[in-house]
Design a binder for this molecule. Structure first.
Ligand code: 3HC
Length: 311
């Protein structure tokens, strides 16, 4: 066998091995996104460890998953209650819980991080995990807007690092954005792609650019809808009706902003305004900062543009 053949054969088999190897998944963070990713991974046959240092957050996530998986099972096995119950108990049986990130990556093939959107906190976590995880483990961040390359730079596995960006609600939204940094190897990319497929998602790839594809287009649109409310151009209800009935979106932009979380959107905007001050499309109107300052984060706090408190 020539050197070249040996090399390509090895590269291919490495790629194939890694692509087939993602069985054990560790999800760090048990917020909306972390819990959703862990749930879908467990539903699709992976052994999952969902980790959060905050025990109360894990308890809340377990309740959310229990409710969500019921809805998935009801839809999937609408005419067979026995199959639905089996699906739920098997999926939940594959889902483990931990409050110790470092102890949870020992047998992970893939680690997906979905913790607070703070670059320093993410870097500290990945630096520790890099020491603890096996050589083959792929690391990924589900960040909405932070540069993947910046998070990866503290590790010694940039070739086994990428972005895996899911959408809320994870059990329902079909898309997975896979973000490659220049160092992401083909084998890593192929493994992430294969895993996305096994998770039942349709994946697209994107470079490590601000907001990747979806948030780059979506977030400025949400900001402009808020600006319309602030200027008094139209009522919020009318803006939402307009975009639902005029363009077929499932939610209007102000409903969707409340759903995503106004604090999350402000956080994304703050980062972009700091890093790209010349880009006017990344600026948000004062009304967003005001609502967040008042504790009005949207659905999660019960109040945002709309009141979500059930009577
Ligand atoms: N878990 C499981 N299934 C769920 C679910 C959940 N959390 N939420 C909804 N579903 C499923 C259920 O099967 C439900 O059927 P069921 O009523 O029989 O249980 C079905 O979806 C329909 O749900 P609903 O009747 O509650 O409501 P809708 O028909 O209005 O759908 C929606 C809800 C799917 C959220 C829809 O309004 C939608 O697609 N909205 C847009 C969401 C969106 O754009 N997400 C992306 C946000 S951007 C993002 O996440 C990126 C981040 O980085 C910021």
């Amino acid at each position: 066998m020539s050197f070249f053949t040996a090399l390509t054969t090895r590269t291919f088999s490495n790629s194939a091995r890694m692509a087939a190897a993602i069985k054990n998944v560790t999800v760090i963070g048990s917020g909306l996104m972390g819990a959703g990713i862990a749930q879908v991974a467990a539903q699709t046959g992976h052994t999952v460890t969902m980790v959060d240092i905050d025990k109360a957050a894990v308890d809340k996530a377990e309740k959310r998953i229990a409710g969500s998986i019921q809805r998935v099972a009801k839809k999937k096995f609408s005419s067979d209650e026995g199959e639905a119950t089996k699906f739920i108990s098997e999926a939940l049986g594959r889902l483990n819980i931990s409050t110790d990130p470092v102890a949870s990556v020992g047998s992970a093939d893939l680690v997906v991080e979905a913790i607070v959107e703070n670059i320093g906190v993410k870097q500290k976590l990945f630096k520790e995990l890099d020491q603890a995880a096996p050589e083959h483990t792929i690391f990924a961040s589900n960040t909405s807007s932070l540069p993947i390359g910046k998070i990866a730079e503290v590790t010694n596995r940039k070739d086994r690092f990428g972005g895996l960006h899911f959408f809320n609600p994870v059990p329902v939204m079909k898309l997975l954005e896979i973000i490659r940094i220049p160092e992401t190897s083909n084998a890593t990319f192929e493994a992430m792609k294969e895993w996305g497929k096994n998770m039942g998602k349709v994946s697209i790839q994107c470079k490590d650019t601000p907001g990747f594809v979806v948030n780059h287009l979506l977030v400025p649109y949400l900001f402009e809808a808020m600006a319309m409310v602030e200027r008094g151009d139209a009522f919020k209800e009318d803006i939402d009706i307009a975009m639902k009935l005029g363009t077929g979106y499932p939610m209007g932009p102000l409903e969707l902003s409340d759903y995503v979380g106004l604090d999350t959107l402000k956080f994304i905007g703050d980062g972009w305004m700091r890093d790209y001050p010349e880009q006017s499309m990344y600026r948000y109107p004062k009304i967003l900062a005001k609502l967040v300052e008042e504790g009005k984060m949207g659905v999660k706090s019960g109040q945002g543009f709309y009141n979500h408190n059930k009577e």
